[in-house]
Design a protein around this ligand. Structure first.
Ligand code: NAP
Length: 336
C-alpha cells in the first residue's frame, strides 16, 4: 500500500487481548494506540497533526461534542466501546455525516448478570458480611445478624406474605435480559418503558406500568434505561419519594438517571432499605455521604466486565471502524 492510501484509526482506550496486540488490520489500516481520555481541544489538535487518521475508537468517558465534528472533517467514523452513546453529540454527528458505531447486544447478558449480582448481593448484605468476616470481629452465627429481605417464596412461609414485585425501568436489550432472569425467583415482574412491548408481556407474563405506579408498587427496582435528555434525573426527588418504604434500588444504566443527592437523602432517612449502584452521577467521583452508607453496595462500573464480553466489544469496535473507512455500508452496530 502506498503512503497516499494509508489510513489510520486512533484508539483512545485499552483493547482486550488479543486485540491489544493488533497494529495493522488486514485491510492495511493502522491502529494508532494512545489510550487515555483527552479534553476536546487536545483531541482535535492530536488528530489534526495526522491527516491520515480517519476514525477514532474511544470509550464512554471520551466526550465527543459538535466542535470535534466541525474541526475534524477528516474523521469518517467514531466507534464507542460501550452501548450508551451519551458521551457523543449524535445530532452533530448526523449533521456532519460521521458514522457512529457502538457495541449493543454483546454486553446485555454480562450487564444483566451484574444487575442480579447487585440485587442479590446488595439486598442480602454480602459486602457488609464480607467486611465483618474479614474484620476479625465476627463472633459467629446469630439469629439477627445482617438480615435482608427474602426475594421470593416458593413455599408459603407466612400466609401474610404476598409475592414480591420487581420493577424494571427500561426494557431494552439489558432490561429484557434482566427480566428473563427473574423467572427462577418467583417474582412478579413489571416494567416501564417508552415503548410498550405487548408480545413480550404476553410471552413472559411481564406487566406494564406507568413509571409512578411502578415506583409505588415495586419491592425491587432496577434502572436499565439509556441516558438521554428525556431521561436525565428520571428518578428525581419526587419520584424517589414515591418508592415503597423499604424498597431496594439497583442502577446499572447511567448515574445521571437519578438525582444522587436525593437518593442519599432517601437512604439516610431510612425510606429506602438500600441501593446497589454500578454507575454514578459524577463518575468516577462518589460522594463521601454515599460511601459512608453501609446499606449501599458500590461497584465501579463493571456491567460489561467479563473476559468474553470485553473481547467481543474490542473486536466489534475495530470491525465497525474499519468497515466504514473501507467504504462499506454500516451494519447493525451503527447508531448513525
Ligand atoms: P437498548 O437496547 O438500546 O435500550 C435502550 C433503552 O433505553 C430502551 O428501554 C429505550 O426505550 C430506552 N431509551 C432510549 N432513549 C430513550 C429516550 N430518549 N427516552 C426514554 N427512553 C429511552 O440498550 P441496552 O443495551 O439495553 O442498554 C441500556 C443502557 O444501559 C445503555 O444506554 C447504557 O447507558 C447502560 N449500560 C450500562 C452498562 C454498565 O456497565 N453498567 C453496560 C451497558 C449498558 P425504547 O425501547 O422505547 O427504545
Amino acid at each position: 500500500m502506498t503512503n497516499k492510501n494509508l489510513k489510520k484509526i486512533l484508539v483512545l482506550d485499552e483493547l482486550c487481548p488479543p486485540y491489544d496486540q493488533i497494529k495493522v488490520l488486514e485491510s492495511g489500516i493502522l491502529l494508532v494506540k494512545e489510550p487515555g481520555v483527552l479534553e476536546v481541544d487536545q483531541l482535535i489538535s492530536r488528530v489534526k497533526q495526522d491527516p491520515l487518521i480517519k476514525g477514532i475508537i474511544c470509550s464512554l468517558t471520551q466526550k465527543i461534542n459538535e466542535k470535534v465534528f466541525q474541526e475534524l472533517p477528516q474523521i469518517e467514523v467514531i466507534s464507542n466501546i460501550a452501548v450508551g452513546l451519551n458521551n457523543i453529540d449524535l445530532e452533530a454527528a448526523k449533521k456532519y455525516g460521521v458514522r457512529i458505531a457502538h457495541t449493543p447486544k454483546v454486553l446485555s447478558d454480562a450487564t444483566a448478570d451484574l444487575a442480579w449480582a447487585l440485587l442479590l448481593g446488595g439486598s442480602r448484605r454480602l459486602a457488609e458480611g464480607d467486611r465483618l468476616a474479614r474484620s476479625g470481629e465476627w463472633k459467629g452465627w446469630a439469629v439477627n445478624q445482617l438480615l435482608g429481605p427474602s426475594l421470593g417464596f416458593t413455599e408459603n412461609i407466612d400466609q401474610n406474605l404476598g409475592q414480591k414485585r420487581l420493577g424494571i425501568i427500561g426494557l431494552g436489550q439489558i432490561g429484557q435480559a434482566i427480566a428473563r432472569r427473574a423467572q427462577g425467583f418467583n417474582l412478579d415482574v413489571c416494567y416501564y418503558n417508552r415503548t410498550r412491548y405487548v408480545e413480550l408481556e404476553q410471552s413472559y407474563s411481564w406487566g406494564f406500568m406507568d413509571l409512578d405506579e411502578l415506583l409505588m408498587q415495586s419491592d425491587y427496582i432496577i434502572l436499565a434505561v439509556a441516558l438521554a435528555p428525556e431521561t436525565y434525573h428520571l428518578l428525581n426527588r419526587t419520584r424517589l419519594n414515591l418508592m415503597k418504604p423499604n424498597a431496594y434500588l439497583v442502577n446499572v444504566g447511567r448515574g445521571p438517571l437519578l438525582d444522587e443527592e436525593a437518593l442519599i437523602d432517601c437512604l439516610e432517612s431510612g425510606h429506602l432499605s438500600g441501593a446497589a449502584l454500578d454507575v454514578y452521577e459524577y463518575e468516577p467521583n462518589i460522594p463521601e455521604r454515599l460511601r459512608a452508607l453501609s446499606q449501599v453496595t458500590l461497584s465501579p462500573h463493571l456491567g460489561s466486565a467479563t473476559f468474553e464480553t470485553r473481547q467481543a466489544m474490542s473486536r466489534l469496535v475495530i470491525e465497525s471502524a474499519e468497515s466504514i473507512i473501507q467504504g462499506k455500508e454500516p451494519c447493525g452496530y451503527f447508531a448513525i
